[in-house]
Structure formats: C-alpha cells, structure tokens
Design a protein. Structure first.
Length: 276
C-alpha cells in the first residue's frame, strides 16, 4: 500500500483530483490518502472521499485547528495549510511510519515505487533540489538560513517523510521558535523551515526524476541542444511539479509540460469530475 499525505484548502481540490487520478493510472498498489485540512466544507470532503473510493482507494480526512500556526507568515499564493506537513506526525494515526507528501499542483507520469520504498538511512526526509537554481541562489539561502554545510536547498513539494523518526525528533516548539526568529527572512516559509531546521536530516534524490519543475523545461527549450525533451520526460520523470503562480488548469497557461496535466484532467472532465 502507498500512504500519501496532502494538505490543501478548497481552492486546490480540483487539481488534487487530477493528481490522484494520475497516481491511480501509473501505480498498481492501493492508496490511502491522509488529507490535513482546516478550510474545506464537509460536503466537499465527502465528495472527494467518494471520488477516491470509486477508484478502489481510501481517503482519511483529518481536521487541523488553524490556530496552531496563526502567527506564521502567509502571503501570495501560500496558505497556512503549507505548514501542516511539518507537524504531520502529530496528526497521523500511530501505525503510520512513512508517508509520501505531495503538493496538489503535481501530476505523476510514471510509477513511484522506487521513491516510496527508499531507505531513509537515518534521515527524517527524502527530497529533491530544483537543481537548476543558480549557485548564487543556493549561497544566498545558506547565508539567509545560516546553514553553511547544507547539501542544498530542498523543495518540499515531493517529500518522503519518516514519520516514526519525526515523532521522536520534530518538535512543534522548535518550528514555532524558528518562525519567530526568522519571520522577516522567510521567502518560501515552510520550505525555509525544513531547510533551516532539518538541513542535515534530508536525503537528496534526483529532482529531474522526482520533482521536475515545469518552468525549467520551458527555459531549457530556449537553449541550443536542450538536454531534456518530451520523450526523456515521458521515460524518466515520475512527478512533474507546476511551481509558481502559473498553473496548467488556468486558461492562460502556456507551459509545454501542461500537456501532462491535460492528459489526466481531460479524462476526469469526460467523467463529469470538476478539475478547475
């Protein structure tokens, strides 16, 4: 069985369905989804649960009191729900020892078994850098977060979480204190917390395979002899991540990798499911 953690508000429920459908299409094992939420109506939770059960899988909704992070920075298209993954070990059932966290603006295009079964090797997290980030940006992040020995700056959108170890080592008080101490430095708040507090407890994996930033692909195509084409993506990438403000469910989206989102959203539209 795959156990997957998602945290979202009502605005991201349509793309979450597309993510779920893409997972079902590319994997053989049954899924249990744990949804940490605060601002989703009960009827929407029920509808999502029915959608998941119709495909032969399970949804476990878990309500979180939003006051837990009422002082945490929230801005632009980021919401308080982004912090819930950092405290997931407090809310998940006691028999859950590992989960894969996924942002809802992602689609799967290949099986995820290799990542899900990976050995943590004593780490709390397995995650990928968006390796196209410049050396200057990485240096800036290390200086900003005071982590000179960090292996990199890891994206939290796709993340294996060692829940058993988190119960022992991750304290909400430490997260609160980090946010208070750094609130004016935080750029990508939850990601900064992960990289600032747990930089030495993250096992790196290949970002082009497990967390491919769709924006990077479009940049590559402007270069002579780009190292990735659509055939390479189709063969090698497991998760495509539609980072940033531009999303493939919006009419004005122009990114080339939006075709993979459309591949799964169009099937749901034909079945009468909401995808926008």
């Amino acid at each position: 069985m795959f156990q997957v953690l998602v945290t979202t508000d009502a605005n991201y429920l349509p793309p979450l369905r597309v993510l779920m459908h893409s997972l079902f299409c590319n994997n053989r094992r049954p899924f249990t989804f744990y949804l940490l939420y605060s601002r989703i109506a009960e009827e929407e939770i029920q509808a999502l649960g029915e959608f998941v059960r119709r495909q032969g899988h399970e949804l476990v909704p878990i309500y979180v009191d939003p006051q837990l992070f009422h002082d945490a920075p929230v801005f632009r298209h980021y919401t308080v729900e982004m912090y819930y993954r950092l405290a997931a070990h407090l809310f998940l059932p006691p028999d859950v020892d590992r989960v894969l966290y996924l942002d809802p603006d992602i689609v799967a295009i290949n099986p995820m078994d290799e990542l899900y079964d990976m050995d943590f090797e004593g780490n709390l997290f397995i995650a990928a850098e968006h390796t196209h980030s410049t050396k200057v940006a990485n240096l800036f992040n290390k200086l900003r977060l005071k982590t000179p020995n960090a292996k990199g700056y890891f994206n939290t959108g796709v993340m294996m979480m060692n829940i058993a170890a988190m119960r022992e080592h991750v304290r909400l008080a430490d997260i609160y204190q980090f946010i208070r101490d750094n609130r004016f430095k935080l750029v990508l708040p939850d990601q900064d917390v992960l990289n600032g507090l747990y930089w030495d407890k993250i096992k790196p994996v290949d970002g082009y395979r497990y967390n491919y930033d769709a924006r990077y692909y479009d940049f590559l195509q402007l270069l002579p002899n780009p190292k990735h084409n659509l055939a390479w993506i189709e063969e090698n990438t497991v998760f495509i991540h539609y980072c940033g403000k531009e999303k493939p469910w919006k009419d004005n989206y122009k990114g080339e990798l939006g075709r993979f989102y459309k591949r799964y959203s169009q099937v749901l539209e034909l079945e009468g499911e909401a995808t926008v």
